[in-house]
Design a protein around this ligand. Structure first.
Ligand code: SF4
Length: 341
């Protein structure tokens, strides 16, 4: 079996105590069965501490402390399980994070997610064309799907990623064209046509309406309780954001590159999932919604602060990712929106 990962993943190293965020705070961390049985076998004081800090159930998880901290995250924001038992005894979620994976026939694809500060920095600041590496790994199973559809989507993803990196057009133009292309792809595949075809310019295509998007995002189940209120505040700035758009473009010339990298990330991560559901237009919409939402929030930040650094863009994209990508309900709500906006 082949493991296929974007080249930039090899640059990822967790910044641990230097991270301004922490992925061991703010959400429940489930413990897989293999790791759980090892934790139960650990003797002495640390074994006792492990048992006292686990909520046992059908899926066991760590008992979170005040502020939703993992009980094994120490004062220096380092993991005591890592120190006491070694990296090989972290549970699967902690071992993988921020990596994500998808299993196909003979291929496991993955990457590092936008919800981690360091990974977001690497993704957003790329200045090379997107490329990936393949390595051989032990075989693993996957759900069944149509091979013809897989080949069709695989080729289409390559065409989309190349198009999204064509700097002769603005990012908005590229995304608009890709949305129209995805609609046609969906139509053809629904009719059993799997011949690859090129993306055409579509000057009439509009991106999802930002006000509708923001209002929709403000209704999603939040991770940060202050999020809905903040998004509503940003929504109230729409007129000023629009008036300020040219000044923003001039002030943050690298924004197009950042958004291009984010668009490619979303397509790489989600588009091939369509092989299982045979529905993939909504994953392209998911990319368009993500890029529009992140840009709008960056524009609001610039409007209110008179500046926007790359660190701000990374933080805004990471927060968007955590709020949206790390909740299956929220991901599904955005996918449903593709046909209801
Ligand atoms: S968010 Fe990323 S960089 Fe920060 S602690 Fe987690 S894995 Fe490390």
């Amino acid at each position: 079996m082949i493991l296929r990962m974007p080249d930039y993943c090899s640059d990822f190293r967790c910044t641990a105590d230097k991270c301004t965020d922490n992925c061991c705070i703010g959400w429940e961390i489930d413990i897989d069965d293999k790791t759980l049985s090892h934790y139960l076998s650990v003797k002495g004081d640390f074994g006792r501490r492990l048992k006292e800090n686990i909520n046992f159930g059908e899926t066991s998880s760590f008992k979170l402390l005040k502020n939703d901290r993992c009980p094994f995250l120490n004062d220096r924001n380092l993991c005591d399980i890592f120190t006491e038992l070694g990296e090989e005894h972290l549970c699967q979620i902690c071992t993988d994070h921020p990596r994500y994976f998808e299993w196909f026939k003979g291929v496991k694809e993955g990457g590092t997610g936008l919800g981690c500060e360091e990974s977001a920095r690497i993704i957003i600041t790329q200045d090379k064309k997107f490329s990936f590496t393949e390595t051989v790994i032990p075989d693993d199973d996957c759900e069944d799907y149509s091979d013809a559809l897989y080949d069709f989507l695989y080729k289409a993803r390559e065409i989309i990623i190349t198009y999204l990196q064509d700097r002769n057009l603005s990012v908005d133009e590229r995304i608009a064209d890709v949305l129209s292309y995805a609609e046609e792809l969906q139509y053809r595949s629904d009719n059993g046509e799997y011949e690859p075809f090129k993306i055409e310019r579509d000057r009439d295509r509009k991106l999802p309406d930002e006000e509708k998007l923001l209002s929709f995002f403000s209704e999603l189940e939040p991770l940060d309780p202050k999020r809905p209120e903040y998004l509503k505040h940003c929504l109230s700035l729409t007129d000023d954001v629009k008036k300020n758009r040219n000044a923003f473009r001039n002030a943050v010339p690298d924004m197009e590159r950042y958004l291009e990298n984010i668009a490619v990330y979303f397509i790489w991560r989600y588009f091939m999932k369509g092989v299982f559901s045979e529905e993939f237009y909504s994953y392209v919409f998911f990319m368009a919604a993500g890029v529009s939402g992140i840009r709008y929030l960056c524009e609001c930040f610039y409007l209110e602060n008179g500046t926007l650094t790359v660190k701000d863009v990374i933080r805004i994209a990471k927060e968007y990712s955590k709020e949206t990508e790390y909740s299956d309900d929220n991901v599904n709500a955005v996918l449903d929106l593709a046909y209801n906006i």
